[in-house]
Design a protein around this ligand. Sequence first.
Ligand SMILES: Cc1cc2nc3c(=O)[nH]c(=O)nc-3n(C[C@H](O)[C@H](O)[C@H](O)COP(=O)(O)OP(=O)(O)OC[C@H]3O[C@@H](n4cnc5c(N)ncnc54)[C@H](O)[C@@H]3O)c2cc1C
Length: 433
Amino acid sequence: MSKSYDAIVIGAGVIGCAIAFEMAKSGKRVLGIEKNAVAGSGSTGNSCAIIRTHYSTLDGAALAKSNYPYWENWADYVGAEPGATLARYREVGCLYTCFEENNYGIKLEEIANTIGIPYEVWTPSKMRDRLSIINPGHFHPAKTVDDPEFGLQTGEMRYVLFFPKAGFISDPMLATQNLQSAATRHGAEFIMGQRVEEIFKEGGRVTGIALEDGREFHSSVVINASGPHSYKINDMAGVSEGMNIKTKALRVEVAHVPSPDGFDFERNGYICSDADIGGYWRPEVGNKILIGSEEPECDPLEWVDPDDYNTDVTEQARLQAMRGAQRFPSMGVPNSVQGIADLYDASDDWIPIYDCSDLGGFYMAIGTSGNQFKNAPVVGMMMNALVDYVEGGADHDKEPLEYPLPNMDYVLNMRFCSRKREINSESSFSVVG
Ligand SMILES: Cc1cc2nc3c(=O)[nH]c(=O)nc-3n(C[C@H](O)[C@H](O)[C@H](O)COP(=O)(O)OP(=O)(O)OC[C@H]3O[C@@H](n4cnc5c(N)ncnc54)[C@H](O)[C@@H]3O)c2cc1C
């Protein structure tokens, strides 16, 4: 006879494991299902795992700020036993390039001032003092390498914003496994290496799932945390129709380039949201620079089937490295650029969906749009509170849960991350969120 659970979570990425942890901590019997052999080996595994607090929306920035202390105090948050191997947070600070076309970052300053995010304003000369290899030139808009104006510098940036409370996790898979272990210590169970192939419903409510090996598990609550497969699981549950905001799998690449000779970028580098060159960068272990994309207009977006896409890096990684070389002229770009190719579960407005659905008991924590690794702890808490709210009889679509964010004085109206919201025009419509 199959066991019954208070909740089944589909997907053991950073989001699914955080949800499983928070739900198990609150006393629920949770079952996590993951099609891969280990937790965090989906899109989380290739995440740049940058922890920053600047977002284009006030709610987005508040959510990120409320998560920050959990990364600073990871061992406390996961309640690890002494000697456990834990992911380590490295605080290095994050720059944000400001130029005319992004209105000199004024909106970000307003948001930072409203919710007390510390920042400094750095002039080009301060930038050079702090990072001797940087060229604080102005290159916007980003171009492709075959554009005759590629690399053309049209002046210097007026200034950048520097957010000292920012850093990264260099092993996002380990962080996810730390969450999974924490969930397990609170009684959660996981089945690894099994795909959810069917979602059962009866009388307008979800009743359970079936796995590829034929086993069935029953629960009145099922949560879709399947990352770039989210739309497939939603289709399986029959809830896609009722969504105003949809999700799709977007293929992206990140270049891994050696630091310029004689410079220790791993130790002395910063993170940067560098829309001026159409990308972002951060230090990486092994004295490398990771260079991602911020989806500049000249690069077509590559929507793919998450079960059938090219996992090799292509010329796109080289293009991103070349853009990085505008910022670091002494950085050599190898002929064959190393890196990774993976997927974002992108929503229509690059803001996540943390919500219930039109099917009773079926929830979703999806559409993380390349920018929600950092938010996993509070997303876990919020989803647990949302399940209690809705299962307790509330109509979340009519009266969205007002969730008091931990570690700060801010109440997040979860309409912000509703599937039924209108497109949020405040979004950057890029990975910045
Ligand atoms: C290249 C890259 C860089 C990024 N950089 C950052 C960053 O710097 N900062 C930041 O905050 N965020 C970043 N992100 C985003 C962040 O990593 C994601 O938002 C987050 O990892 C998503 O976690 P998830 O658990 O939703 O998805 P995933 O990790 O993809 O987990 C979903 C899991 O569901 C499983 N699954 C799917 N279908 C099924 C099924 N039918 N049955 C069972 N299991 C199933 C998958 O195998 C997978 O393991 C980045 C993402 C990428 C790809």
